[in-house]
Design a protein around this ligand. Structure first.
Ligand code: NAD
Length: 496
């Protein structure tokens, strides 16, 4: 019998009120059951939210540096347990071990940054327009925050949201992706051991349409922080927006890596392979479109083919492996359906396009896939595939490259390879993306810098770094008048 894992509500580990559970399996070997997890519904979500609501007044009043000490303790535990946590992520999510290590490291760096933020969380002090009056701003928590996360970064993503939410004095209810509940349980074990008080951070596992939707629709939730697909993000925006809840959405990307004719071709190829195929392409920032100047396109495609032939697909616990399985059978079918779509649209399938389940223990493996001679309006060049498929679009010169790069409704990340400083700087300003990389692929964010996208990738928020503090706080503006008399502010002065 597989182990059963519980929800963490109000400092206790509890089953779902219905007693129902769901199975979590290893995508490399779907026969291997990792555990049974609670299938939470509206009742469980309500209990968790009420616990968070009760815990809020005390946590809000706890000085931010003390909140930071708890986060620092949790971070030290993440550091100590990094190897075993990474191994768990690989079993649950399928990414190769080194990649799972990055996932844990992202949580560690976020914890380190946010623990320190407890002693900053700066407001502004500005001159008042009136004498004997001080004017300043302070940051205050939003309230009870619902956090909904995807499976591709099972440790980093909840931590990226949890740590800033907690340091700012919010209490939270986390609903992790149904494909990766185990990593979330591990994180919550650490939070408990680190001394996060009961009710401050609560975990409900379960499905999006059940637990997730109940969280979004609950009247006592003040804010939803969501990362996931655009389809779900739009639904959340609609329902939370109607209730005037704060909503922060981070959604997908169809990121372009542009190779101009004067680029260091070898570097661009290395970057495209890393950006396109790490985490089996299951990254929101994956370099899924390679936009190449026609003059160098044959060299770039040749280099990509050679590079792909050296990529090892297989057991993600083997250090020699580059590409592990996709997350589940549905995603495997979806990725393969895009190969069929690309072929039907007339793009040239250069390598890959194969399900590798039969060769590899029934795991959800897919061969690294390269399409060439695609046009920008094809579905494979417009829609997020979220798998190991990259699409080459050949263009004539800089202007067309930028126009193609900008020619999707997404705007998360973009990269440009060139040796021409002036063109590079023009590209940086013209690319419609929240993240722009020069001579580096579209993946690889840093925790102390804002993360997020423009256009349909998000709704104007940025995670990570100082932006995360803005996201999880309200600003209070304070006026301190010590003139001893009524002073009217400028807007109250009679004109003329
Ligand atoms: P998804 O939208 O299917 O699920 C994300 C989360 O939302 C899961 O926890 C799911 O249970 C929950 N959910 C589903 N339906 C819901 C509903 N109706 N109400 C409330 N919650 C609901 O996405 P996914 O397949 O888990 O993740 C892949 C997507 O995430 C990709 O589109 C990827 O680009 C995106 N992503 C974006 C970023 C970013 O920062 N931009 C980072 C990582 C992943």
């Amino acid at each position: 019998m597989p182990d059963t894992y519980l929800n963490s509500i109000d400092g206790k580990w509890v089953p779902s009120s219905s007693g129902e559970t769901f199975r979590n399996t290893n995508p490399s070997r779907p026969d291997e059951v990792l555990g049974e997890f609670q299938r939470s519904g509206p009742e469980d979500v309500d209990v968790a939210i009420q616990a968070a609501k009760r815990a809020y007044p005390d946590w809000r009043k706890t000085p931010a540096p003390l909140r930071g000490e708890i986060i620092a303790r949790a971070t030290r535990m993440l550091i100590e347990r990094k190897p075993e946590l990474a191994e768990g992520i690989t079993r649950e999510m399928g990414k190769v071990l080194v990649d799972s290590g990055y996932d844990v490291q992202g949580a560690i760096t976020s914890g380190e940054y946010m623990a320190g933020e407890g002693r900053r969380m700066f407001g502004d002090t500005v001159p008042s327009g009136l004498p004997s009056r001080m004017a300043m701003t302070v940051r205050e928590p939003v309230g009870v925050v619902g956090i909904i996360t995807p499976w591709n970064l099972p440790m980093l993503m909840p931590a990226w949201k949890l740590f800033p939410a907690l340091i700012c004095g919010n209490t939270v209810v986390v609903k992790p992706a149904e494909d990766t509940p185990m990593t979330a349980v591990r994180l919550f074990e650490i939070l408990e051991e680190a001394g996060v008080p009961p009710g401050v951070a609560n975990l409900v596992t379960g499905f999006g349409a059940e637990a997730g939707q109940s969280l979004v629709g609950h009247p006592d939730i003040d804010m939803i922080s969501f990362t996931g697909s655009q389809t779900v993000g739009r639904q959340i925006a609609k329902s939370a927006g109607a209730e005037l809840k704060h909503v922060s959405l981070e959604m997908g990307g169809k990121n372009a890596l542009v190779v101009l004719d004067d680029a260091d071709i070898k570097e661009a190829i290395t970057g495209a392979l890393w950006g396109g195929f790490s985490t089996a392409g299951q990254r929101c920032t994956a370099s899924s479109r390679i936009v190449v100047d026609r003059k160098v396109a044959d060299d770039v495609v040749g280099g990509l083919v050679e590079g792909i032939s050296g990529l090892v697909v297989g057991d993600p616990t083997d250090p020699a492996t580059n590409i592990g399985p996709l997350i589940n059978a549905k995603q495997l079918d979806r990725v393969h359906s895009y190969t069929e779509i690309g072929l039907a649209e007339g793009a040239e399938l250069v390598v890959g396009g194969l399900k590798l389940q039969d060769e590899l223990d029934g795991g959800y493996f897919y061969s690294p896939t390269l399409f060439d001679h695609a046009s920008s309006d094809m579905r494979i060049a417009q829609e997020e595939i979220f798998g190991p498929t990259i699409t080459v679009i050949r263009v004539d010169g800089y202007d067309e490259a930028i126009s193609v790069a900008n020619g999707t409704r997404y705007g998360l990340s973009a990269a440009v390879y060139t040796r021409d400083t002036a063109r590079a700087l023009h590209a940086v300003s013209e690319l419609e993306a929240g993240l722009v990389y020069l001579n580096a692929p579209t993946i690889g964010s840093e925790i102390h810098l804002p993360f997020g996208g423009v256009k349909d990738t998000g709704n104007g928020h940025r995670e990570s770094g100082p932006s995360a503090i803005e996201q999880f706080t309200e600003t209070k503006t304070i006026f301190l008048d010590y003139s001893g008399t009524l002073q009217r502010a400028h807007i109250d002065e009679p004109s003329g």
